[in-house]
Design a binder for this molecule. Structure first.
Ligand code: 0A1
Ligand code: ZN
Length: 884
């Protein structure tokens, strides 16, 4: 190919520099189009002259023809908003390049060349927070998925693996700490007050794992000795005042390193492991090789500022990023369609880690709750996609609960079918077979199949079919034989109208009515559209506990008599099944009420059954308090709305609140006693103390609904006497929803106490935005004008608007005001941070499942967004799929 030189000014083409001016119909990228890159880039050297406003990047790429690809005379490098200042081939400045649609095309004649490109970027104006950007005076990077191309021209795809040598220099006062991947191999000072450092990462990696940090940071340092006796230096880097808040993250990191050796045989492979906390970050954290970059939210904790939930989340995310070192970094993804290869597997690994570190049943219940309230709605809406998608326009939109959480469930099912030991053989084989490669989901399944000795032929459908399978159950008693007649169907999803039956592993136990015991848990696999299973020697129809431990990510339709659910809620020995029975009891009651098929007598019966189960839970002395607290949580509004073809979210909210208030009144004495029992002990992070804090929170939730005045007094007292954030937050949540004088007083006290502490103030915003208060919309409007509010910080935007979009009674206000506010937020945020803006589209995209009046209003807002000029690729894709 003959390429003419197109002159490009160093300032760049404004069309390109601005993501807001992406074309209206961005290209659809297909999984089936995958082709290996024609060139190999074994070694990459990068030189950064750092400054907040103008950073000069010189790259040197050693390129060779890829013998396993279709040859090309052109080296095609991705760029985004950058222009080449200079291009050199084998040391000579050349003109044989062209800039075409953000791509730098360089003609190469030989088999191997050294290609050098110089670019200049402005980190301080990078509000997208992708590539190299400034945060609080420091410089940091975010390259996954396609941020590296905003730093320099590169084949920015996960299957091009290179070793990186990085040199950086900058002002030694502004940037006393200079970090990159791997090990620091040299450093020094220049006479002009600047200093420099050189880093080398010996492990070949894709560009999305590149990282660099320069700033005024301090570290908590520690060490870890690996299973083969190697010493690893650990450091968690934060701003000076935050050092005391890093202990929990460091302890979690050491536990994660040990756990991965024991549970998966994985040892760390560098001499150094750095974690850096930044306050401006689009996601939770990032697994860059040897240099993880974290949202401060998932690093910083002390009892005064972090809740028990925050502590758990930090442990989970620290584990998650660390585990990526093997599931993601040593073995990475061939292309972004394989994202679940690293994410689904790593989520499963972090879930199992957290299960082992704390209460396994409680963790399992929490994970299922997330799946049901976020992933199930995704799977039944316009954005549904398989865990291995077939196409996308903007990969950032595919960091979804489906890829992460359903991806983890799919691998968990393989583990359930294989059993722990055989599953481990499968993962050992996977790590062995594909170490150092960019692999596919198919490679993973094949390894599990070979290593664990499973036939996963039909199981592979879980990777290609979207939608939550629905299983119906009919139980029949024929003499002493019990038959379970099961059917399965996978609902149609966009682009996939007809589905095939998939293997659904169901753990079950049959309780004998007489003895109230079962004969052991069994695993059956439903793999046909209709199938019957027989169980013999039951004199009377047993009570069946099904999908124990949530062995499959499905929804189940069956008619279980209320008394049987009450029995299971009180007696099932599988804690998850016990929780499930409680949920089923409440769901069936609320759904009947919402369908309008509940007579007064039925309502009274339903409430009494729930009350009976509730009292059993409140009084069961064998239950630990963490689990007791868990069992008291009512099904989420999102999960409830999943049970209805279309729904009125405000009606769901009201019906749920009505039940809460009824339970609050009926059990007022018990809740008060519980709150009393749980109060007064000294703060500790052990399970017993956390259980008590959880109970206090639940007691306040129910009392606030049933006896608001009493609850307000209790909550205010709890707030003022609290010595930790968990108790302060639960008190504030209860008060924020009430129209009582204590509300303002405690909100003000919280603000004054934490002013200037970004993470705590995020809580202050989100508690108000998610409150049950009838004027929540007005509060959110006022908060958007608060001096502490900014669209530039993703944590702050989410704390106000994500919380608001998850507040059913306010977001779904009948006049459409809530929808308008979210649409306005998307339009204002899109030019600043398109990735974060696009994440606000799904709440509006649910319109097909909402009653017609509100649905029309939601659709109108989506259309208003779609009509906006210069929409980003991110938001465009989400809006057009949602309107679809
Ligand atoms: N791989 C990270 C998630 C992540 C993805 C994209 C990002 O860019 C803004 C940041 C982080 C993880 O799974 O933790
Ligand atoms: Zn991840």
């Amino acid at each position: 190919m003959d390429i003419a030189h197109t002159p490009a000014s160093p300032e760049g083409n404004p069309e390109m520099a601005d993501a807001a001016s992406q074309p209206k119909q961005p290209q659809l990228i297909l999984r089936s189009d995958y082709k290996p890159f024609p060139w190999l880039l074994p070694d990459v050297s990068l030189d950064f002259k750092l400054s907040l406003e103008k950073t000069r990047v010189s790259s040197r790429l050693e390129v060779q023809r890829n013998p396993n690809a279709v040859p090309s005379p052109v080296l095609e490098l991705n760029g985004d908003g950058i222009t080449p200042l200079e291009v050199l081939i084998d040391g000579e400045v050349v003109n044989s390049w062209v800039l075409e649609d953000d791509k730098l095309l360089i003609s190469l004649s030989g088999e191997a060349h050294a290609v050098e490109v110089v670019t200049e970027i402005n980190p301080s104006t990078n509000s997208q927070l992708m590539g190299l950007y400034a945060s609080n005076g420091m410089l940091c990077t975010q390259c996954e998925a396609e941020g590296f191309r905003r730093i320099t021209f590169f084949p920015d795809r996960p299957d091009v693996l290179s070793t990186y040598s990085v040199r950086m220099s900058g002002d030694s006062v502004q940037f006393p700490v200079l970090l990159a991947n791997g090990n620091c191999v040299a450093s020094g000072r220049h006479q002009d007050g600047t200093h420099w450092a050189e880093w080398h990462d010996p492990w070949p990696k894709p560009s999305y794992l590149f990282a660099l940090v320069a700033g005024d940071l301090v570290a908590r340092k520690d060490q870890f000795t690996t299973m083969s006796g190697k010493n690893v230096e650990l450091a968690i880097w934060v701003r000076e005042g935050d050092l005391e808040r890093t202990e929990h993250a460091m302890e979690s990191l050491k536990r994660a390193m040990k756990w991965d050796e024991e549970a998966f045989g994985r040892e760390y492979d560098l001499d150094l492991f750095n974690v850096v906390a930044v306050s401006d970050f689009n996601m939770g954290a990032m697994e860059n090789k040897g240099l993880n970059i974290f949202n401060t939210k998932y690093v910083l904790a002390e009892p005064d500022t972090a809740t028990d939930g925050d502590y758990d989340a930090i442990e989970g995310v620290i584990g998650h990023e660390y585990f990526h070192n093997w599931s993601g970094n040593r073995i990475t993804c061939r292309d972004w369609f394989q994202l679940s290869l690293k994410e689904g597997f790593t989520v499963l690994r972090d879930q199992l880690f957290s299960q082992d570190m704390g209460s396994a049943p409680v963790k399992r219940i929490e994970d299922v709750r997330v799946l049901r309230s976020i992933q199930f709605p995704e799977d039944s809406g316009p954005l549904a996609h398989p865990i291995r998608p077939d196409s996308f326009r903007e990969i950032s939109n595919f960091y979804t609960s489906t890829i992460y959480n359903k991806g983890a469930e799919v691998i968990r099912m393989m583990r359930t079918m294989a059993g722990e030991e055989r599953f481990r053989k499968g993962t050992d084989l996977y790590f062995d077979r594909h170490d150092g490669e960019a692999a596919t989901c198919e490679d993973f399944v094949q390894s599990i199949e070979d290593g664990a000795g499973l036939d996963l032929t039909q199981f592979r459908l879980w990777y290609s079919q979207a939608g939550t399978p629905k299983v119906t159950v009919r139980q029949e008693q024929d003499g002493t034989t019990t038959r379970l007649h099961l059917t399965q169907s996978v609902p149609p999803t966009p682009g996939q109208m007809d589905k095939k039956p998939m293997p659904i592993p169901l753990a079950l136990a049959l309780f004998d009515r007489q003895t109230e015991e079962h004969r052991g848990e069994e695993l059956i696999v439903l793999n046909e559209a209709e199938q019957s299973f027989e169980f013999s020697d039951y004199d009377a129809a047993p009570i069946i506990s099904l999908n124990r431990g949530f062995s499959s990510p499905i929804s189940i339709e069956r008619n279980v008599p209320r008394e049987d659910l009450v029995f299971l809620a009180a007696r099932d020995d599988d804690p998850f099944a016990r929780y499930e029975a409680m949920q089923d009891l409440v769901v069936s009651h609320l759904v009947s009420a919402l369908r309008g098929v509940l007579s007064d007598a039925d309502r009274a019966d339903g409430q009494e059954a729930i009350l009976k189960a509730f009292s059993a839970i409140l009084e069961d002395s064998a239950l630990d308090d963490l689990m007791r607290g868990e069992l008291l949580i009512l099904p989420s509004p999102a999960y409830l709305s999943e049970q209805l073809e279309t729904s009125n979210p405000q009606a769901i909210h009201e019906e749920r609140e009505r039940l809460k208030a009824w339970l609050g009144t009926q059990c007022a004495g018990q809740f008060e006693a519980l709150h009393q029992r749980a109060s007064g002990g000294a703060y500790s992070r052990d399970a017993a103390a956390r259980g008590l804090r959880k109970l206090k929170a639940q007691a306040l939730i129910y009392l606030a609904a049933g006896c608001p005045e009493k609850a307000a007094k209790m909550a205010a007292a709890q707030y003022h006497s609290a010595d930790n954030m968990t108790d302060r937050q639960s008190a504030l949540i209860a008060l924020a929803g009430l129209d009582v004088p204590e509300r303002e007083e405690v909100l003000d006290a919280f603000y004054k106490r934490y002013q200037g502490d970004a993470l705590a103030i995020d809580k202050w915003f989100s508690i108000q935005a998610q409150s049950l208060h009838p004027k929540a919309i007005e509060h959110v409007k006022a908060l958007a004008k608060h001096p502490d509010f900014t669209l530039k910080n993703p944590n702050r935007v989410r704390s106000l608007y994500m919380a608001f979009a998850a507040n059913p009674h306010a977001f779904h206000a009948a006049d459409g005001e809530g929808y308008r506010m979210i649409a306005d937020c998307i339009l204002a945020l899109d030019p600043i941070n398109p990735q974060t803006a696009a994440r606000f589209v799904p709440p509006l995209g649910r319109w097909r499942r909402i009653e017609p009046g509100r649905a029309a209003l939601m659709r109108a807002e989506l259309e208003r967004i779609a009509d906006a000029k210069q929409l980003s690729r991110d938001t465009f894709e989400q809006v057009s799929r949602s309107l679809g």
